[in-house]
Design a protein around this ligand. Structure first.
Ligand code: PEP
Ligand code: MN
Length: 632
């Protein structure tokens, strides 16, 4: 059952309540939400549920209807995020676990680890104990395999995911492993489940070959009931009558699981299909369906693999898949970050000398697009601070040791955010990273408000532009520009008048507990904002592959062409070129250019010098790492 506590409950009242519940011999899990605190109670409770409703400090009591309790969404409404070292599974950043089926030898394992790490895997998989259908098949290297996996972690920084097949391996798991995998064949090995519950390390729980989702969640409940709530579910295909694939990937499990439980879910398209060429399409589909990540078998020489070679991707196929996922992720509100582990390492070091923790500054409130961009770029661990204007961000980054700023610079439909380009021009800060975020706008108002009764709508001016076609259908609406989306929704909430509405992202509606009157009202669904990270000092070490520039050229024939010729002759891909009137010299123009090259690199000095020579004004805004790897 769930006890929802009264908002004003005193610490004494709460302690008394907890004592009473403990005396009933139940397990208590406290979950603090933004609005309310709830206590999840599990155990055989003798008393009538209504008794608990009479206790001081209790607002209401809700029975949990499912057989599984601790894993149910009712018990824990928000998503659980499982930490494995620097990696978080279940947030907005996709987690890709890759590696061979089994650890075969040291060299091969390290070779595979290096390639998957390079293309964006953040955890490494490889079995040292292999549960094989045939007793004559390769059974794994045992502890020697675990030692090789430790070497992989040492060299690459990737945490290790490996299967545990018997309770006798508990000590070895404690010593060598970051995530303990429970294989499909062991999903209902209850002694093993209880054992990994006690080990306390994160558990990757695969779905059994013929297990229903309910049975799978009951198995997860075993682990949580031992006090370990770090469980990652893994759909790996189930056995059906279909024989063209090794198993049948039940992708519906992803949204079903998301509804039933707070635990993250990843997909294993390798075992689900058993056929190399089917792995990438199903991996892409899994991410589109909302999975938090993937576990994929990759091998440098799959023809020689001792197990599961036919379903292992070649490194080039893995590279291509990751590039596809990089594109798909923002469409479903997520990111694939090739520099995930590097960033984590840098963030730990940053601010080191001053002992000040690094901070990210952004505009808007928690839940704003800028805040989301910050979480997707840096993760959720880094302290964030909000500023009321872009200038304040620039000042903070300029003056505070270790501070990093995140600002939107461009919308895919409406172009540059000139205010921020002006500030980039004015301050001497550098762009050190970039991120793309999809903007979905919604009409937000009071529950039950009818479209034709709305009179006034608040939004940021750029947002109005992005929703022009929708707004054109309601010419009678009075549109009021405000500084950001949070202000828009807050204004409506405060005015408490159902004839008013705001346009903003979904998170804002949740934050202010307002209703989505109409979802996805942006004119073009290909509506993305590009954010950049600004810093006083360098951020990630190279190799960089993108540079942003601002320049102006003289008012004479061919002067712009002269700069473009430099890009053309050096085979440089120009990915942005935009002109904007100079504020200080009417009818003269500044050009904003982004090029796919590290123009700061010594090797390219002649290009930089050439550009300076051909321009009247030139400012290098920064050289940084584009989101994805290009060369193989
Ligand atoms: C594996 O991951 O290599 C494996 C044996 O998986 P499953 O338990 O899903 O068959
Ligand atoms: Mn395998």
């Amino acid at each position: 059952m769930i006890l929802v506590l009264k908002q004003g409950i005193s610490p004494d009242e709460k302690e008394q309540l907890m004592d009473l519940l403990r005396s009933e011999n139940c397990r208590i899990k406290e979950i603090e939400g933004v609005e309310e605190t709830i206590l999840g109670i599990v155990g055989t409770i003798q008393k009538d549920i209504r008794y608990f409703e009479t206790l001081p400090g209790v607002a209401k009591v809700l029975p949990v209807s499912k057989g599984y309790k601790l894993v149910s969404r009712e018990m824990h409404p928000s998503d659980s995020v499982i930490r494995v070292g620097d990696v978080s599974i279940g947030g907005d950043r996709l987690v890709v676990i890759a590696g061979p089926c089994g650890v075969e030898d040291r060299k091969r394992t390290l070779d595979i680890a290096r390639v998957v790490r390079r293309y964006g895997a953040v955890l490494f998989r490889g079995g040292a104990f292999k549960p094989r259908t045939s007793p004559y098949a390769f059974q794994g290297l045992g502890e020697d395999g675990l030692k090789i996996l430790s070497e992989v972690r040492e060299e690459t920084g990737m945490g290790i995911v490996t299967e545990m097949t018997s309770t006798g391996q508990a000590d070895l798991m404690m010593k060598y492993v970051d995530v303990v995998q429970i294989g499909a064949r062991n999903m209902q090995n209850f002694e093993l489940l209880k054992c990994v519950g006690r080990i306390g390390k994160p558990v990757l729980l695969k779905r059994g070959l013929s297990a229903t989702i309910e049975e799978w969640l009951m198995s997860a409940e075993y682990i949580l009931s031992e006090g370990n709530d770090q469980v990652i579910l893994c759909e790996r295909g189930i056995r059906t009558f279909e024989r063209y694939t090794r198993n049948t990937l039940d992708l519906t499990a992803v949204p079903v699981i998301k509804k039933l439980t707070h635990l993250p879910i990843i997909v294993d398209p390798s075992h689900a299909t058993g056929i190399r060429e089917k792995v990438s399409p199903m991996a892409r589909a899994s991410i589109a369906a909302g999975a938090d990540g993937l576990i994929i078998e990759v091998h440098t020489e799959p023809d020689k693999a001792l197990s599961d070679g036919p379903q292992s991707l070649y490194p080039e196929q893995f590279e291509k898949l990751m590039r596809d996922l990089y594109v798909i992720a923002p469409v479903v509100g997520k990111q694939l970050d090739y520099t995930y582990l590097e960033k984590a390492a840098v963030m730990k070091k940053r601010g080191g000398a001053t002992r000040l923790p690094p901070r990210v500054v952004y505009t808007g409130v928690s839940g704003s697009f800028s805040h989301k961009a910050s979480e997707q770029f840096f993760g959720t661990d880094i302290p964030c601070r909000t500023c009321s204007s872009s200038r304040e961000i620039f000042d903070a980054v300029q003056n505070e040791e270790g501070a990093l700023g995140i600002i939107p610079v461009e919308n895919s439909l409406t172009g540059s955010f000139h205010e921020n380009y002006d500030l980039l021009l004015e301050y001497d800060l550098k762009i050190v990273g970039e991120l793309t975020l999809k903007s979905v706008h919604n009409l937000i108002g009071f529950k039950g408000a009818a479209m034709n009764s709305i009179q006034k709508v608040y939004a940021h001016p750029q947002v109005f532009q992005q929703c022009r076609e929708f707004l054109a259908k309601y010419p009678q609406w009075d549109v009021v520009a405000v500084q950001d989306s949070a202000t828009a929704v807050r204004r409506v909430k405060e005015n408490n008048d159902p004839v008013e509405a705001a346009i903003a992202g979904k998170d804002m509606a949740e934050l202010y507990q307002m209703t989505l009157l109409k979802e996805g009202i942006e004119t073009n669904p290909r509506n993305f904002n590009r954010f950049v990270v600004i810093s006083r000092t360098p951020f990630l070490d190279g190799p960089n592959n993108k540079s942003s520039l601002i320049y102006s050229v003289g008012n004479k024939p061919g002067s712009l062409y002269a700069t473009l010729k430099i890009f053309a002759e050096n085979n440089i891909n120009l990915v942005k070129l935009e002109s904007r009137p100079r504020q200080d010299k009417p009818w003269e123009y500044l050009f904003y250019a982004d090029v796919e090259i590290d123009i700061c690199h010594n090797e390219h000095r002649h290009i930089l010098e050439g550009l300076k020579e051909k321009t009247e004004f030139f400012k290098l805004l920064g050289c940084y790492r584009r989101g994805f790897e290009l060369d193989s």
